[in-house]
Design a protein around this ligand. Structure first.
Ligand SMILES: Nc1ncnc2c1ncn2[C@@H]1O[C@H](COP(=O)(O)OP(=O)(O)OP(=O)(O)O)[C@@H](O)[C@H]1O
Length: 237
C-alpha cells in the first residue's frame, strides 16, 4: 500500500525562484527509499516541501489514509530545559500514548542505545551521536507510518550505526515506510529498496539499483558510480 505520494511540480524559498522541479515518487509500506544527491542538489528542500514548510510550492504531497509521519532532522533539536525522559513523557502526552504502551519500549530503546544512564540529563548537552540516537527514540515511540529522515549517519559510531539500521529494519517489518536522505552511499546501497537521485533540483534517476544502473548505462556500476555520473551531468537525460 502506498503511504505517501509526492508530485512536486516546483518549490522554492522565494516566490518565482524555484529550487526543485518535477519531483515525483511514492513511499510504500515497509519500503526504505534513499534520497541522494550532491551538496545543494535539493534533498533538504524536497524534505521541507513534503513537510509543508515551503509556501512557494506547486504540486501535491499526499499522505494516504491519514498516515502519521515523523521527521528526524539532520541537526537534532531539543527543548533546553527538558531531560530526555521529560521529552519522551511530553511526546507521549501530546500524542496521547498511554504509559503502558511506551514506557517499556522507551526503556528498551534507551538500554539498547546506551542512553539509560543519561535519560535524566539534558539532551542539548549530549554529544552529536547521542543526540541523533535520542531523536530516533523520540521518533520510534510515536509509532509513525512514515519516517522522513535527513542524513542520519553523520556522528554515529559504528555500533550506533548498526543499532540505527536495526531499528529501521524493525520499523519496516512493522510496515513503516521510510524516506532517508544520505551521503553515505555504500550503506544506502546495501539497505535501501529504491533510490531517488537528485541533481540541480531535478530527479535525475529513480528506482531499484538495477534500474538506476540502466538509466546511467552502467550495468555493473555501484550506486557511487551512478551518483558520480549524474553529479557530473553525464547521463543522457
Ligand atoms: N533557506 C534557504 N533559503 C534560500 N535558498 C536555500 C535555502 N536552503 C537551501 N537553499 C538553496 O536551495 C538549493 C538546494 O539546497 P538543499 O539544502 O535542498 O540541498 P541538499 O541537497 O539538501 O544539500 P546538502 O547535501 O548540502 O545538505 C541550494 O541552491 C541552496 O542554496
Amino acid at each position: 500500500m502506498q503511504l505517501l505520494n509526492v508530485d512536486i511540480k516546483e518549490a522554492g524559498y522565494e516566490k518565482d525562484n524555484s529550487v526543485i522541479h518535477n519531483i515525483q515518487f511514492n513511499v510504500r509500506e515497509g519500503e526504505l527509499i534513499g534520497l541522494i544527491g550532491p551538496n545543494g542538489a535539493g534533498k533538504s528542500t524536497t524534505i521541507k516541501t513534503i513537510l509543508g514548510l515551503l509556501e512557494n510550492m506547486k504540486g501535491d504531497v499526499i499522505f494516504q489514509q491519514e498516515a502519521k509521519y515523523s521527521y528526524i532532522p539532520e541537526r537534532p533539536i531539543f527543548y533546553d530545559e527538558l531531560t530526555l525522559w521529560e521529552h519522551l513523557d511530553f511526546i507521549a502526552a501530546v500524542e496521547g500514548i498511554p504509559d503502558k504502551e511506551y514506557l517499556q519500549q522507551a526503556k528498551e530503546l534507551l538500554g539498547n542505545y546506551n542512553l539509560a544512564d543519561h535519560a535524566h540529563e539534558f539532551p542539548g548537552k549530549y554529544s552529536k551521536g547521542m543526540q541523533q540516537k535520542a531523536m530516533l527514540i523520540m521518533s520510534i515511540i510515536t509509532n509513525p507510518d512514515v519516517y522522513i529522515i535527513d542524513e542520519p549517519f553523520i556522528g554515529l559510531d559504528p555500533n550506533a550505526m548498526k543499532l540505527f539500521l536495526e531499528s529501521i529494519q524493525n520499523e519496516r517489518r512493522r510496515g513503516a515506510g521510510i524516506l532517508m536522505s544520505t551521503h553515505v552511499l555504500d550503506t544506502a546501497e546495501k539497505v535501501c529498496d529504491r533510490f531517488l537521485i537528485i541533481h540541480q533540483g531535478k530527479l535525475q534517476a529513480a528506482g531499484k539499483l538495477d534500474e538506476i544502473r540502466a538509466q546511467c548505462n552502467l550495468p555493473n556500476g555501484s550506486l557511487y558510480d551512478c551518483f558520480h555520473l549524474i553529479a557530473e551531468g553525464k547521463t543522457n537525460e
